[in-house]
Design a protein around this ligand. Structure first.
Ligand SMILES: CC(C)(COP(=O)(O)OP(=O)(O)OC[C@H]1O[C@@H](n2cnc3c(N)ncnc32)[C@H](O)[C@@H]1OP(=O)(O)O)[C@@H](O)C(=O)NCCC(=O)NCCS
Length: 157
């Protein structure tokens, strides 16, 4: 079973490698993970981003990034979640999500919202979100590009 802990600087290289190797993420998206990670590791207030690392037998195998949604009371965003493909489908994503939820509750949160794509390639991702208790709540057709909808999932506590 994976151990979930707060991300530390020495996890960064592997987190960036996992994001870069994930076929669903564009280069721009994996670069964004790097930018948020730098904010988290280097800024005193983390710019509102928190990272969690999943560790299996001493190896970094996944991460999640979340934070309070600006201008809301008790709503949090899940910005990223990713598990190394080699270690997929072993409950690591679920363990990360459970820990995110625990942290959000501890911080007084009442809801988590996340954005994802409506493309067919993201169906396994959407199945994962449904499986961990999220509900597809809104769709914005052609948001990312023509034929690529934004699907907003949410989970209230
Ligand atoms: C989505 C993701 C984080 C899931 O992580 P994971 O560790 O493989 O997921 P888990 O093993 O915890 O799966 C929990 C449940 O989600 C569902 N699920 C997970 N992957 C699935 C898939 N490929 N197809 C259908 N259902 C899936 C299942 O119900 C699963 O439970 P089960 O294995 O007992 O049937 C991982 O697949 C991933 O990193 N995907 C690419 C990146 C991505 O899309 N990130 C989100 C956008 S930011």
């Amino acid at each position: 079973m994976a151990d979930i802990r707060e991300t530390v600087g020495q996890d960064a290289d592997t987190i960036l490698r996992i994001a870069a190797d994930e076929p669903l993420f564009t280069e721009e998206e994996s670069e964004t993970v790097g930018e948020l990670l730098t904010d988290y590791l280097e800024l005193p207030d983390h710019n509102g981003y928190s990272f969690l690392t999943a560790v299996l037998k001493g190896q970094v195998v996944g991460f999640a990034c979340y934070g309070p949604t600006p201008l809301t009371e008790g709503t949090f965003d899940l910005y990223w979640i990713c598990v190394d493909r080699e270690f997929g489908r072993r409950g690591i994503g679920r363990a990360l999500m459970e820990r995110v939820e625990r942290e959000v509750r501890r911080l007084g949160g009442r809801m988590i919202v996340l954005d994802t794509s409506g493309r067919a390639a993201y169906e396994p991702t959407r199945a994962f979100y449904r499986s961990v208790g999220f509900t597809p709540t809104a769709t914005v057709p052609d948001f990312y590009e023509i034929g690529d909808d934004l699907v907003i999932f949410s989970r209230r506590f």
